[in-house]
Design a protein. Structure first.
Length: 301
């Protein structure tokens, strides 16, 4: 009698789909936090498979800092049209204009931390009780503390010591009015798993992930793209390099790596040889040892 055994990627996919279906069963108004990066694209793809042939039942929520790669915004809009999904956009620029947050100043200023207020405002305004993200435990040490169902209090804050046990895949999404959850269906995936799954499923991703020539400046041990938002000093030199990006964020903080990887298969081989985390080229994570955890405690993704 033959038996069917799931492959490793199929097990990860099955687990993620189970989590997504649990979200739909337990929450009233869940959304997918969609950045246009590979992890959120994979989560959206998994949601599509989880509820096929129906449309995905989640809106996509994007926190638009105004300093995005133009390629990311185009990819986001194309995917929303392809999926027939509802798009919710929270604008950091609008929050600045309304006096909700203050713009950072100086040559290393970013809008990264300003996303916290915009995200929490969008969650409250749209009465979201669950925000699904593409965070992975191998990505950054504070994210390794997350559960699948990560509770947030009425202020949107995260306490890693106040999370529910998750025994035997039993998830507890009960919460008081005003509280919400962040859910991470691909928590157990690695960067390699994501790329192998993208290859297996033939998932479209932004061109930024593939090696291409671009004007860049060497800052904070990374090749930062030249843009209208980048503040240069007299020592900065604009160079033309063939680079690609392992993770996508604001154009002002996302560092590229020199690479010739122009296919998903080549990227997977390159990642397999890496000894540095993908967020090692994000300048916002270099501000302090606990910069990510500090932002998460305040309500960051």
């Amino acid at each position: 009698m033959s038996k069917y055994y799931l492959s490793y990627l199929e097990e990860l996919e099955s687990e993620a789909i189970f989590v997504l279906r649990e979200v739909w069963a337990q929450f009233q108004n869940p959304v997918i936090l969609f950045s246009g990066g590979k992890d959120s694209i994979v989560v959206a793809h998994l949601a599509k498979k989880a509820f096929y042939p129906a449309k995905i039942p989640f809106s996509l929520m994007h926190v638009d800092t105004g300093h995005n790669f133009s390629e990311t915004i185009k990819f986001r809009d194309d995917l929303v049209n392809e999926y027939g999904a509802n798009l919710i956009v929270g604008s950091v620029q609008q929050a600045i204009d309304d006096g909700r947050v203050s713009e950072e100043r100086g040559k290393n200023a970013t809008r990264n931390e300003l996303q916290i207020t915009t995200l929490l405002d969008a969650i409250e305004h749209n009465k979201v009780d669950c925000a699904i993200g593409g965070g992975r435990r191998d990505e950054e040490k504070s994210r390794a503390k997350e559960r699948f169902f990560s509770h947030r209090d009425e202020f949107g804050q995260w306490d890693p010591k106040n999370q529910r046990p998750e025994l035997w895949n039993i998830f507890n999404g009960n919460h008081f009015q005003g509280e919400h959850f962040r859910v991470f269906p691909i928590s157990n995936w690695t960067e390699m798993d994501v790329w192998n799954y993208i290859a297996k499923e033939n998932i479209k991703i932004p061109s930024l992930y593939f090696a291409h020539e671009r004007e860049v400046v060497w800052k904070n041990d990374s090749w930062i793209p030249n843009s209208e938002y980048l503040i240069l000093d007299e020592h900065d030199k604009i160079e033309l390099k063939k680079v690609r990006f392992r993770t996508l964020g604001d154009i002002t903080i996302t560092g590229g790596i020199e690479s010739d990887a122009d296919t998903v298969e080549k990227i997977a081989l390159e990642v397999a040889a890496m000894r540095k985390t993908e967020r090692g080229n994000r300048t916002d994570d270099k501000r302090s040892e606990s910069s990510m955890e500090d932002r998460k405690r305040q309500g960051y993704f």
